[in-house]
Design a protein. Structure first.
Lengths: 203, 252
Protein backbone atom coordinates (compact mmCIF):
# COMPACT_ATOMS: atom_id res chain seq x y z
CA UNK A 1 0.00 0.00 0.00
CA UNK A 2 2.79 2.37 0.90
CA UNK A 3 6.44 2.16 -0.12
CA UNK A 4 9.02 4.45 1.31
CA UNK A 5 12.65 4.54 0.22
CA UNK A 6 14.29 7.06 2.42
CA UNK A 7 17.82 8.20 1.69
CA UNK A 8 18.04 10.94 4.25
CA UNK A 9 16.11 13.65 6.00
CA UNK A 10 17.87 16.69 7.34
CA UNK A 11 16.86 19.74 9.27
CA UNK A 12 20.14 21.46 10.15
CA UNK A 13 21.69 18.05 10.66
CA UNK A 14 20.74 14.61 9.38
CA UNK A 15 17.79 13.29 11.38
CA UNK A 16 16.97 10.10 9.52
CA UNK A 17 19.31 7.89 7.49
CA UNK A 18 18.84 5.26 4.80
CA UNK A 19 15.73 3.24 5.43
CA UNK A 20 13.18 1.21 3.52
CA UNK A 21 9.61 0.81 4.72
CA UNK A 22 6.93 -1.15 2.96
CA UNK A 23 3.49 -1.27 4.49
CA UNK A 24 1.00 -3.87 3.31
CA UNK A 25 -2.69 -4.04 4.03
CA UNK A 26 -3.31 -5.08 7.62
CA UNK A 27 0.33 -4.70 8.58
CA UNK A 28 1.11 -3.10 11.89
CA UNK A 29 4.36 -1.33 12.63
CA UNK A 30 5.73 0.55 15.59
CA UNK A 31 8.44 3.16 15.36
CA UNK A 32 10.15 2.96 18.71
CA UNK A 33 13.06 4.97 19.96
CA UNK A 34 14.24 7.68 22.32
CA UNK A 35 12.99 11.21 21.90
CA UNK A 36 14.81 13.17 19.23
CA UNK A 37 15.36 10.16 16.99
CA UNK A 38 12.97 11.38 14.33
CA UNK A 39 9.90 9.22 14.99
CA UNK A 40 7.37 11.97 14.39
CA UNK A 41 9.42 13.25 11.46
CA UNK A 42 9.25 9.83 9.85
CA UNK A 43 5.52 9.66 10.54
CA UNK A 44 5.04 13.03 8.85
CA UNK A 45 6.95 11.74 5.82
CA UNK A 46 4.78 8.62 5.73
CA UNK A 47 1.68 10.81 6.04
CA UNK A 48 2.80 12.93 3.12
CA UNK A 49 2.86 16.10 5.22
CA UNK A 50 6.64 16.40 4.97
CA UNK A 51 7.84 16.17 1.38
CA UNK A 52 11.19 17.81 1.95
CA UNK A 53 13.41 14.70 2.11
CA UNK A 54 15.74 12.73 -0.09
CA UNK A 55 14.10 9.55 -1.30
CA UNK A 56 10.86 8.32 -2.70
CA UNK A 57 7.38 7.72 -1.27
CA UNK A 58 4.79 5.77 -3.19
CA UNK A 59 1.21 5.39 -2.08
CA UNK A 60 -1.25 3.04 -3.79
CA UNK A 61 -3.95 4.79 -5.76
CA UNK A 62 -6.92 5.70 -3.62
CA UNK A 63 -5.33 4.60 -0.36
CA UNK A 64 -6.57 6.74 2.52
CA UNK A 65 -4.36 7.75 5.40
CA UNK A 66 -5.72 8.97 8.74
CA UNK A 67 -3.40 10.61 11.23
CA UNK A 68 -4.04 10.91 14.94
CA UNK A 69 -1.66 13.63 16.05
CA UNK A 70 -0.17 13.87 19.51
CA UNK A 71 -2.42 16.87 20.17
CA UNK A 72 -6.05 16.02 19.41
CA UNK A 73 -6.26 18.86 16.86
CA UNK A 74 -10.04 18.93 16.69
CA UNK A 75 -11.50 22.11 15.24
CA UNK A 76 -12.31 24.01 18.46
CA UNK A 77 -15.24 25.90 16.90
CA UNK A 78 -17.00 22.72 15.76
CA UNK A 79 -18.80 20.22 17.95
CA UNK A 80 -17.61 16.62 18.24
CA UNK A 81 -20.34 15.57 15.80
CA UNK A 82 -19.36 18.28 13.30
CA UNK A 83 -15.67 17.40 13.62
CA UNK A 84 -16.43 13.83 12.61
CA UNK A 85 -18.78 14.93 9.84
CA UNK A 86 -15.99 17.13 8.41
CA UNK A 87 -14.09 14.03 7.23
CA UNK A 88 -17.11 12.69 5.41
CA UNK A 89 -18.85 10.32 7.82
CA UNK A 90 -22.64 10.08 7.85
CA UNK A 91 -24.62 10.45 11.11
CA UNK A 92 -25.09 6.70 11.62
CA UNK A 93 -21.37 6.02 11.30
CA UNK A 94 -20.60 8.94 13.62
CA UNK A 95 -23.03 7.60 16.19
CA UNK A 96 -21.58 4.11 16.21
CA UNK A 97 -17.98 5.41 16.27
CA UNK A 98 -18.65 7.70 19.21
CA UNK A 99 -20.28 4.75 20.92
CA UNK A 100 -17.19 2.63 20.18
CA UNK A 101 -14.81 5.17 21.74
CA UNK A 102 -17.15 5.75 24.69
CA UNK A 103 -18.22 9.26 23.81
CA UNK A 104 -21.93 8.79 23.26
CA UNK A 105 -23.84 11.77 24.52
CA UNK A 106 -20.98 14.13 23.68
CA UNK A 107 -22.05 14.82 20.08
CA UNK A 108 -22.99 18.44 20.79
CA UNK A 109 -19.97 19.21 22.99
CA UNK A 110 -17.20 21.53 21.87
CA UNK A 111 -13.60 20.26 22.18
CA UNK A 112 -12.76 22.63 25.04
CA UNK A 113 -15.43 20.87 27.11
CA UNK A 114 -13.56 17.55 26.83
CA UNK A 115 -10.66 16.29 28.92
CA UNK A 116 -7.45 15.39 27.09
CA UNK A 117 -8.32 11.69 27.22
CA UNK A 118 -11.77 12.34 25.78
CA UNK A 119 -10.45 14.71 23.13
CA UNK A 120 -7.96 12.03 22.07
CA UNK A 121 -10.72 9.49 21.80
CA UNK A 122 -12.70 11.98 19.70
CA UNK A 123 -9.63 12.43 17.50
CA UNK A 124 -9.40 8.63 17.19
CA UNK A 125 -13.08 8.51 16.22
CA UNK A 126 -12.45 11.18 13.60
CA UNK A 127 -9.50 9.21 12.20
CA UNK A 128 -11.72 6.12 11.92
CA UNK A 129 -14.61 8.16 10.51
CA UNK A 130 -12.35 8.96 7.57
CA UNK A 131 -12.47 5.22 6.78
CA UNK A 132 -8.70 4.91 6.35
CA UNK A 133 -6.60 2.10 4.92
CA UNK A 134 -3.63 3.21 6.98
CA UNK A 135 -3.84 4.72 10.45
CA UNK A 136 -0.98 6.72 11.90
CA UNK A 137 -0.85 7.14 15.68
CA UNK A 138 1.62 9.55 17.22
CA UNK A 139 2.14 8.75 20.91
CA UNK A 140 -1.55 8.06 21.60
CA UNK A 141 -0.89 7.47 25.32
CA UNK A 142 1.50 10.29 26.13
CA UNK A 143 0.60 12.70 28.96
CA UNK A 144 -2.42 10.67 30.09
CA UNK A 145 -2.65 9.60 33.72
CA UNK A 146 -2.17 5.82 34.19
CA UNK A 147 -5.86 4.78 34.37
CA UNK A 148 -6.77 6.90 31.34
CA UNK A 149 -3.75 5.58 29.46
CA UNK A 150 -4.80 2.02 30.27
CA UNK A 151 -8.32 2.76 29.06
CA UNK A 152 -6.95 4.20 25.82
CA UNK A 153 -4.65 1.17 25.37
CA UNK A 154 -7.61 -1.21 25.72
CA UNK A 155 -9.68 0.91 23.36
CA UNK A 156 -6.93 0.81 20.72
CA UNK A 157 -6.62 -2.97 21.09
CA UNK A 158 -10.37 -3.51 20.64
CA UNK A 159 -10.51 -1.09 17.76
CA UNK A 160 -7.63 -2.81 15.93
CA UNK A 161 -9.05 -6.28 16.57
CA UNK A 162 -12.30 -5.27 14.92
CA UNK A 163 -10.52 -3.94 11.82
CA UNK A 164 -8.04 -6.62 10.71
CA UNK A 165 -7.65 -5.01 7.28
CA UNK A 166 -6.47 -1.68 8.75
CA UNK A 167 -2.73 -0.99 8.52
CA UNK A 168 -1.10 0.85 11.38
CA UNK A 169 2.02 2.81 12.09
CA UNK A 170 2.41 3.62 15.76
CA UNK A 171 4.96 6.00 17.18
CA UNK A 172 5.88 5.42 20.79
CA UNK A 173 8.77 5.95 23.14
CA UNK A 174 7.54 2.96 25.14
CA UNK A 175 8.20 -0.52 23.65
CA UNK A 176 5.42 -1.89 25.86
CA UNK A 177 2.77 -0.11 23.80
CA UNK A 178 4.18 -1.71 20.67
CA UNK A 179 3.86 -5.16 22.24
CA UNK A 180 0.36 -4.66 23.57
CA UNK A 181 -0.88 -3.62 20.14
CA UNK A 182 0.92 -6.60 18.53
CA UNK A 183 3.01 -4.59 16.12
CA UNK A 184 6.33 -5.25 14.44
CA UNK A 185 8.90 -3.01 16.01
CA UNK A 186 11.05 -0.77 13.82
CA UNK A 187 13.73 0.55 16.14
CA UNK A 188 15.01 4.03 15.45
CA UNK A 189 18.22 5.36 16.92
CA UNK A 190 19.65 8.82 17.19
CA UNK A 191 22.01 9.16 14.20
CA UNK A 192 25.67 9.59 15.13
CA UNK A 193 25.93 12.91 13.39
CA UNK A 194 23.39 14.39 15.77
CA UNK A 195 26.02 14.30 18.50
CA UNK A 196 27.65 17.62 19.27
CA UNK A 197 29.64 19.30 16.58
CA UNK A 198 33.40 18.77 17.28
CA UNK A 199 33.90 22.51 17.31
CA UNK A 200 31.87 22.79 20.48
CA UNK A 201 34.37 20.72 22.43
CA UNK A 202 37.01 23.42 22.26
CA UNK A 203 34.57 25.99 23.63
CA UNK B 1 -27.79 42.58 30.72
CA UNK B 2 -30.24 44.81 32.58
CA UNK B 3 -27.52 46.59 34.47
CA UNK B 4 -25.60 47.13 31.23
CA UNK B 5 -28.52 49.02 29.72
CA UNK B 6 -28.90 50.83 33.03
CA UNK B 7 -25.25 51.91 33.00
CA UNK B 8 -25.54 53.01 29.42
CA UNK B 9 -28.60 55.14 30.07
CA UNK B 10 -27.02 56.58 33.21
CA UNK B 11 -23.90 57.75 31.35
CA UNK B 12 -25.90 59.16 28.43
CA UNK B 13 -28.30 60.90 30.82
CA UNK B 14 -25.44 62.44 32.84
CA UNK B 15 -23.76 63.75 29.70
CA UNK B 16 -27.03 65.23 28.44
CA UNK B 17 -27.62 66.93 31.80
CA UNK B 18 -24.10 68.39 31.82
CA UNK B 19 -24.58 69.65 28.27
CA UNK B 20 -27.94 71.19 29.18
CA UNK B 21 -26.43 72.96 32.20
CA UNK B 22 -23.51 74.42 30.24
CA UNK B 23 -25.76 75.45 27.33
CA UNK B 24 -28.24 77.07 29.74
CA UNK B 25 -25.44 78.94 31.51
CA UNK B 26 -23.81 80.24 28.30
CA UNK B 27 -27.10 80.91 26.51
CA UNK B 28 -25.32 81.26 23.16
CA UNK B 29 -26.66 80.05 19.76
CA UNK B 30 -23.20 78.56 19.10
CA UNK B 31 -23.90 75.97 21.82
CA UNK B 32 -27.54 74.93 21.48
CA UNK B 33 -29.14 72.85 24.21
CA UNK B 34 -29.95 69.16 23.69
CA UNK B 35 -33.59 70.13 23.36
CA UNK B 36 -32.87 72.56 20.50
CA UNK B 37 -30.78 69.91 18.72
CA UNK B 38 -33.58 67.38 19.11
CA UNK B 39 -36.09 69.91 17.81
CA UNK B 40 -33.93 70.71 14.77
CA UNK B 41 -33.49 67.01 14.11
CA UNK B 42 -37.25 66.49 14.34
CA UNK B 43 -37.96 69.37 11.94
CA UNK B 44 -35.42 68.02 9.45
CA UNK B 45 -36.97 64.59 9.81
CA UNK B 46 -40.50 65.86 9.19
CA UNK B 47 -39.38 67.82 6.13
CA UNK B 48 -37.84 64.59 4.77
CA UNK B 49 -34.39 66.15 4.47
CA UNK B 50 -32.80 64.12 7.22
CA UNK B 51 -33.95 60.76 5.91
CA UNK B 52 -33.00 61.59 2.33
CA UNK B 53 -29.45 62.65 3.15
CA UNK B 54 -29.06 59.92 5.74
CA UNK B 55 -29.96 57.24 3.18
CA UNK B 56 -27.65 58.74 0.56
CA UNK B 57 -24.76 58.69 3.02
CA UNK B 58 -25.68 55.25 4.29
CA UNK B 59 -25.62 53.88 0.74
CA UNK B 60 -22.12 55.25 0.16
CA UNK B 61 -20.97 53.86 3.49
CA UNK B 62 -22.47 50.44 2.70
CA UNK B 63 -20.87 50.14 -0.74
CA UNK B 64 -17.48 51.38 0.46
CA UNK B 65 -17.64 49.16 3.54
CA UNK B 66 -18.45 45.96 1.65
CA UNK B 67 -15.89 46.60 -1.07
CA UNK B 68 -13.15 47.62 1.37
CA UNK B 69 -13.78 44.55 3.55
CA UNK B 70 -13.71 42.20 0.55
CA UNK B 71 -10.61 43.66 -1.08
CA UNK B 72 -8.78 44.21 2.20
CA UNK B 73 -9.53 40.69 3.42
CA UNK B 74 -8.30 39.12 0.18
CA UNK B 75 -5.17 41.27 0.14
CA UNK B 76 -4.41 40.69 3.83
CA UNK B 77 -5.02 36.97 3.43
CA UNK B 78 -2.61 36.63 0.51
CA UNK B 79 0.00 38.76 2.29
CA UNK B 80 -0.35 36.76 5.49
CA UNK B 81 0.00 33.42 3.73
CA UNK B 82 2.91 34.31 1.46
CA UNK B 83 6.00 36.02 2.79
CA UNK B 84 7.09 36.95 -0.73
CA UNK B 85 3.85 38.73 -1.57
CA UNK B 86 3.94 40.44 1.81
CA UNK B 87 7.47 41.72 1.23
CA UNK B 88 6.62 42.87 -2.30
CA UNK B 89 3.48 44.75 -1.32
CA UNK B 90 4.65 46.08 2.04
CA UNK B 91 6.05 49.43 0.73
CA UNK B 92 2.80 50.11 -1.10
CA UNK B 93 0.83 49.27 2.03
CA UNK B 94 2.90 51.60 4.19
CA UNK B 95 2.45 54.35 1.60
CA UNK B 96 -1.32 53.90 1.48
CA UNK B 97 -1.59 53.71 5.28
CA UNK B 98 0.21 57.01 5.67
CA UNK B 99 -1.35 58.85 2.75
CA UNK B 100 -3.81 61.33 4.29
CA UNK B 101 -7.42 60.56 3.36
CA UNK B 102 -7.79 64.14 2.17
CA UNK B 103 -4.97 63.83 -0.37
CA UNK B 104 -6.49 60.71 -1.89
CA UNK B 105 -9.92 62.33 -2.07
CA UNK B 106 -8.60 65.48 -3.75
CA UNK B 107 -6.50 63.51 -6.24
CA UNK B 108 -9.39 61.28 -7.26
CA UNK B 109 -11.73 64.25 -7.65
CA UNK B 110 -9.11 65.99 -9.79
CA UNK B 111 -8.47 62.95 -11.93
CA UNK B 112 -12.01 61.58 -12.24
CA UNK B 113 -14.10 64.68 -11.73
CA UNK B 114 -16.67 65.33 -9.00
CA UNK B 115 -18.48 62.06 -9.63
CA UNK B 116 -19.98 59.38 -7.40
CA UNK B 117 -17.43 56.76 -8.49
CA UNK B 118 -14.52 58.98 -7.41
CA UNK B 119 -16.18 59.60 -4.04
CA UNK B 120 -16.78 55.94 -3.24
CA UNK B 121 -13.42 54.82 -4.65
CA UNK B 122 -11.62 57.35 -2.46
CA UNK B 123 -13.29 55.88 0.63
CA UNK B 124 -12.54 52.32 -0.40
CA UNK B 125 -8.87 53.06 -1.08
CA UNK B 126 -8.59 54.75 2.28
CA UNK B 127 -9.93 51.76 4.15
CA UNK B 128 -8.43 48.79 2.26
CA UNK B 129 -4.92 49.11 3.77
CA UNK B 130 -6.31 49.08 7.32
CA UNK B 131 -8.33 45.95 6.66
CA UNK B 132 -5.38 44.33 4.89
CA UNK B 133 -2.99 44.97 7.79
CA UNK B 134 -5.44 43.55 10.33
CA UNK B 135 -6.23 40.49 8.25
CA UNK B 136 -2.56 39.88 7.43
CA UNK B 137 -1.97 39.61 11.15
CA UNK B 138 -4.88 37.18 11.38
CA UNK B 139 -3.66 35.06 8.49
CA UNK B 140 -0.17 34.91 10.03
CA UNK B 141 -1.57 33.75 13.35
CA UNK B 142 -3.51 30.85 11.92
CA UNK B 143 -2.71 27.47 13.40
CA UNK B 144 -0.44 25.49 11.02
CA UNK B 145 -1.35 22.31 12.91
CA UNK B 146 -4.95 22.61 11.78
CA UNK B 147 -3.79 23.14 8.20
CA UNK B 148 -2.10 19.75 8.48
CA UNK B 149 -5.38 18.25 9.64
CA UNK B 150 -7.04 19.75 6.54
CA UNK B 151 -4.36 18.21 4.32
CA UNK B 152 -4.59 14.77 5.91
CA UNK B 153 -8.37 14.60 5.73
CA UNK B 154 -8.49 16.29 2.33
CA UNK B 155 -10.84 19.11 3.23
CA UNK B 156 -12.55 20.66 0.24
CA UNK B 157 -11.95 24.33 -0.52
CA UNK B 158 -15.31 25.33 0.93
CA UNK B 159 -14.57 23.34 4.10
CA UNK B 160 -11.21 25.09 4.40
CA UNK B 161 -12.78 28.51 3.96
CA UNK B 162 -15.86 28.05 6.13
CA UNK B 163 -14.71 25.59 8.79
CA UNK B 164 -10.99 26.27 9.06
CA UNK B 165 -10.01 29.77 7.97
CA UNK B 166 -13.03 31.98 8.67
CA UNK B 167 -13.36 30.92 12.32
CA UNK B 168 -9.69 31.73 12.88
CA UNK B 169 -9.94 35.07 11.08
CA UNK B 170 -13.20 35.99 12.78
CA UNK B 171 -11.80 38.15 15.61
CA UNK B 172 -9.69 40.04 13.10
CA UNK B 173 -12.65 40.46 10.75
CA UNK B 174 -14.74 41.75 13.64
CA UNK B 175 -12.03 44.25 14.59
CA UNK B 176 -11.66 45.41 10.99
CA UNK B 177 -15.44 45.76 10.67
CA UNK B 178 -15.80 47.81 13.85
CA UNK B 179 -12.97 50.22 13.14
CA UNK B 180 -13.97 50.15 9.46
CA UNK B 181 -17.51 51.30 10.02
CA UNK B 182 -16.36 54.17 12.23
CA UNK B 183 -13.59 55.26 9.87
CA UNK B 184 -15.59 54.91 6.68
CA UNK B 185 -18.51 57.06 7.65
CA UNK B 186 -16.17 59.82 8.77
CA UNK B 187 -14.34 59.75 5.44
CA UNK B 188 -17.64 59.63 3.54
CA UNK B 189 -18.62 62.92 5.20
CA UNK B 190 -15.39 64.56 4.03
CA UNK B 191 -15.90 63.22 0.52
CA UNK B 192 -19.43 64.60 0.51
CA UNK B 193 -18.35 67.93 1.87
CA UNK B 194 -15.73 68.34 -0.83
CA UNK B 195 -17.52 67.21 -3.93
CA UNK B 196 -21.07 65.93 -3.65
CA UNK B 197 -24.38 67.75 -3.60
CA UNK B 198 -26.21 65.42 -1.21
CA UNK B 199 -25.52 63.35 1.88
CA UNK B 200 -24.89 64.34 5.48
CA UNK B 201 -21.48 65.78 4.67
CA UNK B 202 -23.10 68.16 2.19
CA UNK B 203 -25.73 69.21 4.76
CA UNK B 204 -22.98 69.81 7.33
CA UNK B 205 -21.26 72.01 4.77
CA UNK B 206 -24.43 74.12 4.39
CA UNK B 207 -24.93 74.33 8.14
CA UNK B 208 -21.29 75.34 8.60
CA UNK B 209 -21.74 78.27 6.21
CA UNK B 210 -24.74 79.42 8.27
CA UNK B 211 -23.04 78.64 11.60
CA UNK B 212 -26.09 76.51 12.34
CA UNK B 213 -24.61 74.44 15.15
CA UNK B 214 -27.94 72.82 16.04
CA UNK B 215 -28.21 71.36 12.52
CA UNK B 216 -24.58 70.21 12.58
CA UNK B 217 -25.18 68.33 15.82
CA UNK B 218 -28.57 66.98 14.76
CA UNK B 219 -27.14 65.46 11.56
CA UNK B 220 -24.06 64.10 13.33
CA UNK B 221 -26.04 62.46 16.11
CA UNK B 222 -28.49 60.93 13.68
CA UNK B 223 -25.65 59.06 12.00
CA UNK B 224 -23.98 58.09 15.26
CA UNK B 225 -27.34 56.60 16.22
CA UNK B 226 -27.39 54.58 13.00
CA UNK B 227 -23.87 53.25 13.59
CA UNK B 228 -24.79 52.36 17.17
CA UNK B 229 -27.87 50.49 15.92
CA UNK B 230 -25.74 48.54 13.44
CA UNK B 231 -23.43 47.62 16.33
CA UNK B 232 -26.33 46.43 18.49
CA UNK B 233 -28.47 44.76 15.87
CA UNK B 234 -25.86 43.28 13.51
CA UNK B 235 -22.33 43.11 14.88
CA UNK B 236 -22.98 42.03 18.47
CA UNK B 237 -25.48 39.25 17.64
CA UNK B 238 -23.08 38.04 14.93
CA UNK B 239 -20.23 37.97 17.39
CA UNK B 240 -22.20 36.16 20.07
CA UNK B 241 -23.34 33.53 17.61
CA UNK B 242 -19.86 32.97 16.25
CA UNK B 243 -18.30 32.75 19.71
CA UNK B 244 -20.63 30.13 21.12
CA UNK B 245 -17.82 27.55 21.00
CA UNK B 246 -15.76 29.58 23.47
CA UNK B 247 -18.50 29.41 26.05
CA UNK B 248 -19.65 32.44 28.02
CA UNK B 249 -17.72 35.37 26.59
CA UNK B 250 -18.59 38.77 27.99
CA UNK B 251 -19.56 41.16 25.24
CA UNK B 252 -17.87 44.51 24.86
Amino acid sequence: MLDLNLVSKCFQQPVLGVMHLSIRQGQRLSLVGPSGCGKTTLLNIIAGLDTDFEGERRLSRGARIAYMFQEPRLLPWRTVQQNLAMVGANPDVIHSLLNEVGLDGFEAHYPRELSLGMARRAALARALAYNPDLLLLDEPLVSLDPPTAQQMRELLCRMLERRPELSLVLVSHDPKDAQVLETEIVPLTVPDSVSLHPGYASL
Amino acid sequence: MRSRIGDYLLVVGALLLLWQLIAGYLNDPLLPSPYQVLLTGYQEFVSGNLLHHLLVTLRRVAIAFVMAMLLGTLLGWVMGRSQRVSRALDPLLVLMLNLPALVLIILLYVWMGLVEAAAVLAVILNKVPNVAVTLREGARNMDPQLDEVARIYRFTLSQKVLDLWLPQLFPYLMGAMRSGLALIWKIVLVVELLGRSDGIGFQLHLAFQLFDVAAILAYSFSFILVVQLIEWLVLQPLEQRARRWQGGVACA
